[in-house]
Design a protein around this ligand. Sequence first.
Ligand SMILES: N[C@@H](CCC(=O)N[C@@H](CS)C(=O)NCC(=O)O)C(=O)O
Length: 255
Amino acid sequence: MSQTIDPKWKEEYKKDVVYLHVIPRSRARDVVNISPFAIKLELWLRINEIPFETIDCQGFSKKGQSPFILFNGEEIPDSNFIIEYLSKYFNKNPYPNLDASEKATARAFVKMVEENTSWPIFVYRYVENIDEYADYFSTDQPMEVRKQILGKLQEWVGKRAHGHGIGRHSTGEIQQIGCDDIQAISDFLGNKKYMMGDTPTVVDCSVFGVLSQVVYVPMGYPMRKYILENCSNIIDLFDRLKNTYWTNWEEQCKM
Ligand SMILES: N[C@@H](CCC(=O)N[C@@H](CS)C(=O)NCC(=O)O)C(=O)O
């Protein structure tokens, strides 16, 4: 599905500035980007005060995915590899103040959220409810075009969900998996400031990237209803992250 382009380092790009290439922001409504991984990465850059510019980009990385960065003339794909690379370059710690056991827990949460919790969301909007998602997707394009794109994505994501395994379950089971993950996140967060304590880490970025897709987009996601009714601590966490690190979130949602 994805079209690989050869993103060029532009003359005006500056040394030590991260050029974060994302799916065009105008494709999203009520959330900054339709890609959880783009939001995750931008939040991490903001928290770590790394100079960056977000570039809307139709194409995908050399690995065929979005987001990716251009940094000092080099293309680096995949949010997790990007964070690893930039952490070394800028001397940042993706998991500040954590011991080995806490880091192991943090990694497990990142993997759960990105590789599991994200799927019930993708299945809901790209496979089982494309007509509903058409109101929130590629809103800069005519409805006819959106429906065409979503029609293609439906088949493609459906096959990937089957390959992943989640697509073999019933609608109810798939959404239950998402809600169980959310309950685990909420239970672990408890009344802490951030997922791992007083300091934000990559875990908060992953949770925000993935769950902002349902919290802020008023569709009929069962996971949305679950969070709104049962997990006020997740909503508080998101408010804290936005108020501290992403004060122009609302403005950017309208771009
Ligand atoms: N592990 C990757 C996941 C990125 C990802 O799945 N991106 C989606 C957009 S949300 C994508 O590019 N999909 C196209 C594809 O996988 O072919 C990361 O963390 O950056």
